[in-house]
Design a protein around this ligand. Structure first.
Ligand SMILES: *[C@@H]1O[C@H](CO)[C@@H](O)[C@H](O)[C@H]1NC(C)=O
Ligand SMILES: *[C@@H]1O[C@H](CO)[C@@H](O)[C@H](O)[C@H]1NC(C)=O
Ligand SMILES: *[C@@H]1O[C@H](CO)[C@@H](O)[C@H](O)[C@H]1NC(C)=O
Length: 883
């Protein structure tokens, strides 16, 4: 008898290993547990795993503080199975059988805190099924808000159930996503299910948030109604069958969607529609439910094995506008996604026709329709939100209106608060009178910087009247009467002008100087503290003599940076730069060196050189500014060194260097068009933060490509704030005698008038944008003459010569429409009069639109760029490689 050959044994062992491995790999926790899903079965009494989907559902606990749970009794079950609205909900019935209802308060909010790093896109879905749970025989209508902005209205007057979905982005990992139900006086709001699903960030490149207006169509799916969701769809999107008079066909092969970020389920892609008569076109007319800016995403995949050499080539046209027609060629089982430009009418007609060279009729496998919701409201300033949340927590304040954003929208401001209006919303008054507060006066109140009136009267507060209250600059009224405060009133209160302090009915609080018992103590304390101050001053003066200058600055920086180990000594600077071994650039202050910290992070070390254009003052200014402003698109400060011999600023290291070098002819790696747009968007974000994101606007004054740095993730950041100025009053413009800026990028109006305002930065930004587009600096030496880019570009714009304008090194690899838009933005920024130039927020919005246009194509996986003919309205010459 022959023994079993070795290879067979090996195979058997291998196979059984795979079987064991697949068992081991089965997750111990319920599915969805670590995929980042948050699934709340509102009103449920315990957590469970859904039988149908395998998704783990949680109760409301920890997500909301208010509301009442309802569970439907069994008779409703019969009702349930009769109502066809359930067929649209591919959930288990279980989630629909419980709900949470909010009879109290105008706004009730669920707070979702997903665990992801920054900038994650999510899909949020809310489900509402009335089922006459309250025996009123009439469903309610109410509004749904996402944070401070309106999402949609839930109407349950005539429909028994509704589902709403939205795609949004969270910008930081501390941001809490709030889904709020707002009572509009048309019945009691309630909710059955709330779900959050993380998406791949590159999906759905359109201005967020995107509301799903039409649902998702699984085109050609025969079984009606049928819905696909998790686990077929890894993102748990819901797909409903879409079927019309066209000819459906399907295949049984698995459509491999792995290489597409959209990861459409095979189940969805394997069905499609084609025209009944194969030589016809495929047309779709969609009428939207809402007005606004819609975006359409069309998904294609070849699911028929065509004979060798045969190809399915299609032209997709929106609204019979042939100039926007896009051509694509399908490859077997390779999905492609195409997205439309923004559609502002209430409907869209789109046509898919076979190209002349096509061997097969046109098809469509799936589509999605979204509406981009305008974001009209700004939330309350983060500092104030954090402070008031702390106050709420410390005193255990449980008021029904204290949910969601404290100030916004204004009709839902928390009771006891008044807020300022405008873009930067701050809390200006806090009234917690008769609120049963106990304990001391919370220090968190000191963070409410703009407070004008504070009423803490008629509570049980103990301890002293803290001095910090006297330091709030705008505070005009403090009422702490009717508490149990003790000690004396700090002098600062008496010295503060225009402050009304009400302290009556605090038996333990000493109100006048004639306090018995403490009489000798206060002068003693005062004289002791005077002694301390004097000795500190003396030592400061001595030190000052030693160090000659900058002592106050030094102390300031020490205080801010010391706790974070950011103060470096002269020898440390030499050590981390290996004795100034590698120079990586030259800035306004002098040379910049590469450094490596003890934990191997690379840093850039800017050394102030005595002969530098920018002096010690600018050096200090930049350091001070960077300790208070932090933004993803501004270069951040790691530390500083200020000794007699060495003055250095230490920054995060930006691997790819500055934009000037990246755009220069010497760089062999040409920045692609979409990368250039991304750089423009990043820089605009940074500038927007400087102009509008800080308490006092900051003007950079020296924006130019060499001050825009890129890290190895291609994120652009603004640097070199040495000439920046803070503005106390936004309306005024400052007169500046000091020269600032760099030739070519300086606002000519500033050069004439010496008046400084935000619009000077906009001019410089416009010049940078032109350089990104054309690859040319504002002024070039050509032979003997100076050639100004503006004189060069104007005639080209007039005759529509886009190919002549855009950097030749891009070899036509860009969308004409987005290039025209970018040029339009740049030209508006460099308008001769500052008043004609747009604000940075507008510029940013436009640039984002521009990028969206471009990204739509980049993300249509598998479409080679040259197979698309997509021309803008202004375009007279199409890209040379097209068709
Ligand atoms: C998102 O999709 C892109 C493109 O398919 C892919 O490169 C990237 O790894 C995906 N990201 C995640 C987090 O899955
Ligand atoms: C399909 O349409 C073409 C052109 O419109 C027509 O000539 C042909 O007769 C049609 N075929 C059928 C089966 O209707
Ligand atoms: C605070 O609210 C109470 C009643 O709610 C009111 O009597 C009092 O005048 C308010 N305080 C201020 C400063 O407006």
């Amino acid at each position: 008898m022959k023994s079993t050959p070795l290879w067979k044994l090996t195979l058997q062992v291998f196979v059984s290993f795979i079987i064991i491995a697949s068992h081991l790999a089965r997750p111990v926790v319920a599915e969805g547990g670590d995929s980042g899903f948050i699934s709340i079965d509102c009103g449920a009494s315990r957590d469970y795993v859904d039988d149908v989907t395998g998704i783990q559902y949680q109760t409301d606990e920890g997500f909301i503080e208010s509301g009442t749970n309802y569970e439907l009794s069994s008779p409703a079950n019969e009702l349930l199975s009769n109502i066809n609205c359930l067929s649209n909900f591919p959930t288990g019935e279980r989630q629909l059988m419980t709900l949470r209802s909010f009879s109290e308060g105008r706004r009730n909010c669920y707070a979702l805190k997903p665990k992801h790093e920054i900038e994650q896109k999510y899909l949020i879905r809310a489900l509402f099924a009335y089922w006459n749970y309250d025996s009123k025989n009439q469903g309610p209508a109410f509004d749904l808000y996402l944070g401070v902005n309106y999402w949609t209205t839930v109407y349950l007057f005539y429909q028994p159930c509704q589902l709403h979905e939205i795609i949004l982005q969270r910008y930081s990992n501390t941001e809490i996503l709030q889904v709020c139900l707002v009572n509009t006086g048309q019945g009691t709001p309630f909710i059955n299910t709330l779900e959050l699903r993380p998406l791949n960030n590159s999906l759905y490149p359109a201005p967020l948030p995107l509301y799903a207006d039409f649902g998702r169509a699984d085109v050609g799916a025969r079984l009606s109604p049928s819905t696909t969701r998790y686990k077929d769809d890894v993102y748990d999107r819901l797909w409903s069958s879409y079927y019309d008079q066209n000819d459906p066909f399907e295949t049984n092969v698995e459509v491999e969607a792995e290489d597409s970020a959209y990861k459409l389920p095979s189940e969805v892609l394997r069905t499609a529609l084609q025209p009944l008569n194969h030589s016809d076109l495929l047309t779709f007319n969609l009428i939207f439910q809402k007005m606004g800016q819609h975006y359409l995403f069309l998904h294609f995949a070849e699911i028929q094995k065509l004979p060798p050499g045969h190809k399915r080539i299609m032209n997709v046209t929106f609204d019979d506008d042939n100039s926007l027609s896009q051509q694509l060629t399908l490859e077997y089982l390779k999905p492609i996604t195409l997205c439309s430009n923004k559609i502002t009418k209430g409907y869209i007609n789109f046509t898919i026709r076979a190209a002349a060279a096509s061997d097969a009729p046109p098809i469509l496998n799936a589509f999605e329709v979204y509406i981009s919701l305008p974001q009209l409201n700004f939330p309350t300033a983060t500092l104030d939100v954090n402070a008031i949340m702390q106050i709420k927590h410390i005193y255990g304040i449980c008021r029904i209106s204290w949910q969601g954003d404290p100030c916004v929208p204004s009709k839902l401001t928390w009771d006891g608060l008044n807020c300022s209006s405008g873009d930067n919303i701050r809390i200006i008054s806090l009234n917690l009178s008769s609120s049963k507060l106990t304990g001391q006066i919370a220090t968190a109140i000191a963070s409410l910087e703009k407070l004008e009136s504070l009423d803490l009267s008629k509570n049980e507060l103990i301890g002293p009247l803290p001095e910090f209250l006297a330091t709030l600059p705008n505070l005009r009224l403090i009422d702490v009467s009717g508490n149990k405060l003790t000690g004396s009133i700090p002098k600062a209160f008496r010295e503060k002008a225009n402050l009304e302090l009400r302290v009556a009915n605090n038996p333990g609080l000493c109100q006048t100087n004639s306090c018995k018992g403490h009489k000798f103590l206060i002068p003693l304390i005062e004289s002791v503290s005077a002694l301390v101050i004097v000795s500190v001053l003396v030592s400061l003066v001595i030190w000052r003599f030693r160090k000659k200058r900058g002592i106050a600055f030094y102390l300031y920086m020490m205080e801010i940076l010391k706790p974070k180990n950011q103060v470096f000594s002269c020898s440390e600077v030499l050590c981390i730069t290996n004795n100034l071994e590698t120079t990586i650039g030259e800035g306004g202050f002098g040379k910049v060196y590469l450094g490596t910290l003890s934990d191997d992070t690379q840093v850039a070390v800017k050394l102030l050189s005595p002969s530098s254009r920018q002096g010690y003052r600018e050096f200090q200014l930049e350091a001070q500014l960077l300790t208070v402003i932090h933004h993803r698109n501004l270069v951040s400060l790691v530390g500083f060194c200020d000794e007699n011999d060495v003055k250095a600023l230490i920054y995060e290291y930006m691997d790819l260097g500055d934009l000037n070098a990246l755009l220069s002819d010497k760089n062999s790696e040409v920045l692609k068009w979409n990368e250039r747009l991304q750089v423009a968007v990043d820089a605009a974000r940074g500038l927007e933060y400087l102009h509008d994101g800080c308490n006092t606007p900051i003007i950079h004054r020296d924006l130019k490509p060499s001050n825009i740095l890129l890290n190895n993730c291609m994120v652009a950041k603004i640097s070199d704030f040495g000439l920046s100025r803070e503005f106390k009053n936004e309306k005024d413009s400052h007169l500046s005698t000091q020269p600032a800026g760099t030739l070519g990028y300086i606002d000519p109006e500033f050069q004439r008038s010496r008046k400084l305002n935000k619009k000077s930065d906009i001019y410089s930004f416009g010049m940078i944008l032109l350089q990104l587009i054309t690859g040319h600096p504002p002024i070039r030496r050509e032979l003997e003459d100076n050639c100004f880019i503006i004189d060069w570009i104007r005639p080209k714009i007039e005759c529509g010569d886009i190919q002549g304008i855009v950097d030749l090194r891009l070899t036509g690899e860009f969308l004409a429409a987005s290039a025209w838009k970018a040029i339009e933005i740049a030209m508006s920024c460099i308008a001769p009069q500052s008043i004609q130039r747009p604000d940075i927020s507008y510029v940013l919005q436009e640039l984002k639109d521009c990028l969206v246009m471009e990204m739509c194509l980049a993300n249509s996986n598998g479409i080679p760029r040259h197979s698309i003919n997509h021309s803008g309205q202004l375009d007279s010459i199409s890209t040379p490689s097209a068709r």
